[in-house]
Design a protein around this ligand. Structure first.
Ligand code: GTP
Ligand code: MG
Length: 424
């Protein structure tokens, strides 16, 4: 038993933050710097990274190398995969992802962002908004990233002056509004990732700036798993037989679940009472959104509940649908997506064959505007109508984002992300 609980504790929810933004605007450097300044990079790693940097002909040490660990990344000086690093602060555990800025690597950026609670968007002060700045921000909004922090970076190049910062800040404010974020709620921070200004501590070089530094802003972010006032949704990930008793494993997506609650398990609508709840290896009385749970239900027999079922309360029944309108974005597609495109829809442990019935419109990924055409190529976005072979538990992004986002798969390969706009 303890063995299994150990596995569960490894997948505990945390704050996930992803760095996004145009090529070379300093995403990897910012993260490298943050970890370095907090003393999280040990001397051996530092030595090794310096050696690599020299081997690739970069004589000056580059913080980006701390994040860019793949060989090709170091050689080309760009990020390809999504590097992850974990940081434990006083009260949270934060995992940072470093997304690639290059357009070809959009897929990795999207997969990274889809798993995140917030993004740090970097904009180099000398270049201002560029294509991938717009694209990343638009896509972040589209996949439902609720929170953003803006780092206006490379402030050392403009002598830490306020005027160039204000100029770029104005551009960014316009872009945020256009994409659908509220600029008033978003911290915009002048930084130098290279020199460590306003990253892990307050900069003395930019006294004119009264806002938070990056780490401070990150700590203030709430986790998106917080909404406990939403309907309770717990998809069944797996069932283990432990001491001949079935134990359900799953992550509470929204709502609050307590011991002795009466739950309804869909699709069979079987009623059970919650007998025991565990998180880590500890019994708990009350589970909150984001908790990975072990759940024992009174009277549950083997075979009554299976992977893909959904645990809810009778007063908040789920929506089951076979047809819906969705916004999707493709990546790694080999042939165009158009009417009758067949794929596997993967939605939070539910998987079923699905078909695109219609492409309603194609969307420009840098602005959200409608563009001509009814076929989506690679790295393109659109609004579509989808039908599924089996009914799925799905909700609209406005009502329950955790059950609105899905993946499009061909065999096992993820070729797109989508979210439900409307049940039809
Ligand atoms: P991709 O992963 O390829 O999209 O790039 P990136 O956004 O991760 O940029 P990266 O951190 O690799 O930095 C690109 C270059 O900009 C490197 O040479 C950095 O040293 C430099 N750089 C990053 N931050 C700063 C900064 O604050 N000031 C200055 N002057 N240079 C910076
Ligand atoms: Mg990078």
């Amino acid at each position: 038993m303890s063995q299994i609980y150990k596995i569960a504790s490894k997948t505990l929810p945390e704050k996930h933050i992803v760095c996004i933004g145009h090529l070379d605007h300093g995403k990897s450097t910012l993260l490298g710097r943050l970890f370095y300044d907090l003393g999280k990079i040990d001397k051996e790693v530092m030595k090794r990274v310096k050696k690599y940097a020299r081997a690739f002909g970069h004589d000056k040490f580059d913080f980006a190398y701390l994040m860019d660990q793949m060989k090709e990344e170091r050689a080309r000086g760009i990020t390809i995969d999504l590097g992850h690093k974990k940081l434990e602060t006083k009260d949270t555990s934060i995992t940072f992802g470093d997304a690639p800025g290059h357009h070809d690597f959009l897929r990795n950026m999207l997969v990274g962002a889809a798993e995140s609670d917030a993004a740090i968007l970097l904009v180099a002060v000398d270049e201002g908004i560029q294509r991938q700045t717009e694209e990343h921000l638009f896509l972040a909004k589209m996949i439902g990233l609720p929170q953003v922090i803006i780092a206006i970076n490379k402030m050392d190049l403009v002598d830490y002056q306020k005027a160039p910062f204000e100029k770029v800040k104005k551009q960014v404010t316009t872009l945020l509004k256009k994409v659908g974020y509220f600029p008033e709620e978003i911290p915009m921070i002048p930084t130098s990732a290279l020199k460590g200004e306003n990253i892990a501590k307050k900069s003395k070089k930019m006294k004119w700036f009264k806002g938070p530094f990056i780490l401070e802003a990150v700590e203030k972010l709430s986790s998106k798993k917080v909404p406990s006032d939403l309907p309770m949704r717990l998809p069944v990930q797996d069932i283990y037989m432990i001491d001949r008793k079935p134990v359900i494993i799953g992550r509470l997506l929204s709502g609050v679940l307590k011991e002795k609650d009466e739950v309804l398990v869909f699709p069979k609508k079987k009623r059970f009472e919650v007998e025991k709840l565990f998180i880590h290896n500890q019994p708990i009385k009350k589970a909150m959104p984001g908790d990975n749970l072990y759940l024992e239900l009174k009277g549950l027999k083997k075979g009554l509940v299976k992977r893909g079922d959904l645990i809810t309360f009778a007063k908040e029944p789920p929506v089951s649908a076979k047809k819906f309108k969705a916004q999707i974005i493709t990546f790694g597609l080999e042939k165009n997506l158009k009417k009758n495109f067949k794929f596997n829809l993967d939605l939070n442990v539910q998987e079923t064959p699905a078909v695109v019935q219609k492409v309603i419109r194609k969307i420009d990924t840098t602005s959200g505007a409608t563009v001509k055409g009814r076929e989506l190529g690679d790295n393109e976005a659109g609004e579509v109508i989808i039908t599924t072979k089996k009914p799925v538990f799905i909700e609209t992004q406005n009502s329950l984002p955790f059950l609105a986002n899905f993946r499009l798969k061909l065999k096992e390969k993820v070729v797109g992300l989508g979210f439900c706009l409307e049940i039809l």
